[in-house]
Ligand binder design. Structure first.
Ligand SMILES: [Zn+2]
Length: 424
């Protein structure tokens, strides 16, 4: 059954309306009377949003925390080394079991689309095959987009064949890691090769780009140039871009318009960037997050990714995109009202554009995919990271959670609270 009537859902403009989903699509929004034929739920005036979208994740590494050991230094480089130790012992079954668990967490948190990088460095392409299986298995409930990611370097370890094979097997997006190649020149060469490949195959590009505190890591400049040269505007994303944090202001003032001209999308990963960057600093210690408010102001499409959940790089997380946006808001000091709303958009509509999700949104004619949150609006969603009361995909309820209310007893005086600031 994929028809559903959702009564009393609160939209961003604070209007409370009903949503009718027929044949998997939003057929009507307004004051809709009950119908005998369509099952209904009551959103009780709580906030409705289109689902969360995670535009940067590593599903092949997730939930492997502690295997074979814990990252003691907590650094990016020890994480990469640790992943290298883990890889020879990976099995398809274990990879898929962990990925399934993560996908369930994501769905329960209201995330119904994930772009995941998958490591193609190993010639067996075991992880690629496993993630393609998961993509098919979870297709009814979650859109999984895969990126061919040369974790150990494209040129550094010679993984062009593997990358091409992964794309032929059905991986959707061309990935890269130019700052991890041996030299700046080889980083440049890798970007040229990967963008030409994407152009030839008609694919999108999403590179781990300048995930470094080195202000001279300027591969984003080359990525911008190649995007324009090959006419890839609007199809290219730069993930991380943490070196922009440390770059000279004058140089950034030249770079931002070039990125805008090339219609490069930015994917920041606040939870991971704030924990992995600045590790060589004493004090003051850099935050390592890319220049989010400035990029938004320059007209770039900026999204936030979760990147990791309990893997060699990050020991925490539960696939909650509201955790991600909450961190970004704080670290980037985006506490203006419009800025906070932009942080919410960076885990919903902005990444939906990057993934090219069709029918995404809360309008008539869009897919019947939505989430009811136990709060009044998008800013309160960031403040509370509240219960996802209903997660709905094409009119089917995939996950539901009871309203969370605390019952207090203060010397016999009983009351309840749900932390909501003001109910109309
Ligand atoms: Zn990543």
């Amino acid at each position: 059954m994929s028809d559903l009537l959702i009564k009393n859902a609160r939209f961003k403009d604070n209007k409370v309306q009903d949503i009718l989903i027929l044949n998997k699509v939003i057929a009507e929004i307004g004051n809709i009377g009950e119908s005998q034929d369509v099952p209904s739920i009551d959103a009780k005036g709580y906030f409705v949003t289109a689902p969360f979208v995670d535009s940067h994740f590593h599903l092949d590494a997730t939930l492997s925390y502690g295997i074979p050991r814990i990252n003691q230094s907590g650094t990016l480089l020890e994480g990469i080394k640790l992943w290298g130790e883990l890889k020879p012992n990976l099995t398809a079954d274990a990879l898929k079991e962990r990925a399934r668990k993560l996908c369930k967490w994501a769905i329960a948190r209201g995330t119904l689309a994930i772009r995941s990088h998958v490591d193609i460095s190993d010639s067996s392409l075991l992880a690629v095959e496993a993630m393609l299986d998961i993509k098919n298995e979870y297709r009814p409930w979650l859109d999984l987009q895969l990126v061919a990611f040369p974790q150990d370097g494209l040129i550094r370890v010679g993984s062009k064949n593997n990358l091409n094979k992964a794309l032929d097997m059905g991986v959707d997006v061309v990935g890269g890691i130019p700052h991890f190649e041996r030299t700046m020149e080889e980083g440049t060469e890798s970007i040229g090769y990967l963008c030409e490949l994407a152009s030839k195959k008609g694919l999108k590009v999403d590179m781990h780009c300048d995930e470094s505190d080195d202000p001279m890591s300027r591969h984003i400049e080359t990525l911008t140039k190649e995007t324009v040269r090959l006419g890839l505007q609007g199809r290219v994303a730069g993930s991380h871009l943490t070196s922009m944090h440390s770059m000279d202001n004058y140089y950034v003032s030249k770079l931002l318009p070039l990125m805008e001209e090339a219609e490069i999308s930015v994917i920041a990963n606040p939870l991971i960037n704030i924990t992995l960057q600045g590790r060589h600093d004493t004090y003051p210690k850099r935050r390592g997050l890319t220049r989010i408010p400035e990029q938004m102001l320059a007209g770039l499409n900026v999204a936030f990714g979760h990147d990791c959940v309990m893997d060699p790089w990050y020991p925490l997380g539960s696939q909650d995109m509201l955790d991600v946006a909450h961190m970004a808001l704080h670290v980037a000091q985006m506490t203006g009202a419009t800025q906070m709303q932009e942080c919410f958009n960076a885990v919903t509509e902005n990444p939906a554009k990057i993934l090219g999700l069709e029918g995404y949104g809360l309008k008539k004619g869009c897919k019947g995919d939505l989430v009811i949150l136990q709060c009044m609006d998008d800013i309160e969603a960031l403040r509370l990271r509240p219960a996802r009361l209903y997660v709905i995909r094409e009119g089917n309820i995939l996950s539901s959670t009871q309203e969370v209310t605390c019952e207090l007893d203060l010397s016999g005086s009983k009351s309840k609270t749900d932390f909501i600031f003001s109910k109309p």
